[in-house]
Design a protein around this ligand. Sequence first.
Ligand SMILES: [Zn+2]
Length: 616
Amino acid sequence: MTDLSRRAALILAGAAAAAPGLALAADPALPTTWDLTRLYPSDAAWEAERQAVEAELPRLLAFKGRLGESAATFRAASEAISAVVKRQLRLFVYATLKADEDLGVAANQERRQTANALNAKVGEATAWVSPEVLAMGAAKVGAFLKSDPALAKFRFGYESTLRQAPHTLDDAGEALLAAASNPLNGPQAIRSQLVLTDIPWPEVEVSGRKLRLDLQGYSQARAAPDRAERKKVFDTFFGTFKRYESSLGAALGAKIDGDVFNARARKYPTALAAAVDGPNIPESVYRTLVAEANRGLPILHRYFDVRRRMLGLPDMAYYDLYPPVTKLDAKFDLAASRRISLEAMKPLGPEYAEAFARATAAPWVHVYPQKGKAAGAYVFGAAYDVHPYMLLNHTDDYESLSTYAHEWGHAMHTLLAQKAQPFELAGYPTFTAEVASTVNEQLLVAHMLKGAKTRDERLFYLDRVCEMMRATFYRQTMFAEFELAAHEAAERGEPLSGKRLSAIYLDLLKRYHGPKVAVEDTYGIEWAYPSHFFNYNYYVYQYATSVTAASAFAERILTGKAAERDAYLAVLKAGGSDYPVDVLKRAGVDMTSPEPYRTLLGKFSRTLDEMETLLG
Ligand SMILES: [Zn+2]
């Protein structure tokens, strides 16, 4: 009933990787580490609580078969489960944060394992609930819900379960699908083995340094300033992947067949219909996104030409996308990041500002890189009775500032949702999560542009906007189109070889990058590079819809009045109390219509106008 996922810095993927020895002195008034004693005073207290929660599980199982007895029993069971899940999540937060402080401490890694095991045990102790609710049927559940106002907070969850009744199998069917999940995850493991251990990644020389061109090496080397070296990096990296095209293709083909199998077993017409049904996203959102991104391709192609000019190149190739075209010397330490973010979020009004100021001065954040610390950035807000916690790897550059604003978007979303909603309705789905963070990123860049004094500074921030459009809107939509094309081919019964997958991908690469960006045929294997296609099912489109909705909200907040701002705050406060597309629609952003996508593309186009003017 609560979203367990940790929200990494999806939009700024790759920002601020851990670099030991970078611990920087900051404003002494601002805490630089989180205070986990607010969760439990000691490790021993955590362990005692874990045992206490585990001892509760037989009580939950004792309700099995009794949900339909009476409204009173229904309520007692619902409340007992909720209370245990809330405690379980708090345990999980502590174990996760403690483990991520230093991945080298064995005791902390073991505690994380123990917490994972507890999550599984709670799952087993409550696995009977959904089938039993479905067996009771909508009429009986509805009558119970109506009879007792205290059950109101459980309504949305139970109604979601009942909504999916036509796609839920009988006990034997559900058991069979559960047992099939392990073999169906095989392709993911096969790709990991190939990529992490079996493929002999070659070494290349980049900027005078020898570098092993594995996944991590590639992500560093692809931005090489020397064009010939970049080409060599791309040719070598994708050329190596290409030699394993048939194995990787067999793995991805099997993964996609598994998605189609699951969808058909659950009586969905397509794998896409199955994937979007959980959060009740209309398929039209997916198809509108793809159609509008394609309509907006000429704007992306214009950006590539601006990039070409800024790089001083006679022509553009696919390997010219990553070297930075602008540079900013400014430093943003923790105090500056906070001060600037407080300023930039002012358009969100006094209620947000006050809570934001208080939260950012509290010991909720592990700020700086340190030896053994987890990389990246995330907010973990599942300790409902405490507050959200945040992991950063702040290195004082603009990416760090932007990540700070992004992650605080998540934390404020959590804070406002938890204040407005009971535990059962506070957890929000992925579809809205990245809206909150991306709105903050966009307000930040708007604020920085307002204060930019020199031409180079303006160009830097304008290019940040363009890169967000390229990497988060267009590229993720291109991935979404690839997933759709591959699944649809499987659904038509066409075999999916590595060669076929590369052909589909290469077509998309060429269409998205336009006639003036050279794309070598070898790069069609790029589908094997991101792990998403192997690990998830129709997931990445949500990055593109998030940046779209966020753009629409940011524009309304910056040009509108209190009503527009409050409509957006209502999205944050709604948490997980309703379906995400309905929550956004009520606030004036209809993701099934072309409008928000066109707002985004309009903004991209205006950004390019200004860049072209500045470049003369
Ligand atoms: Zn995020």
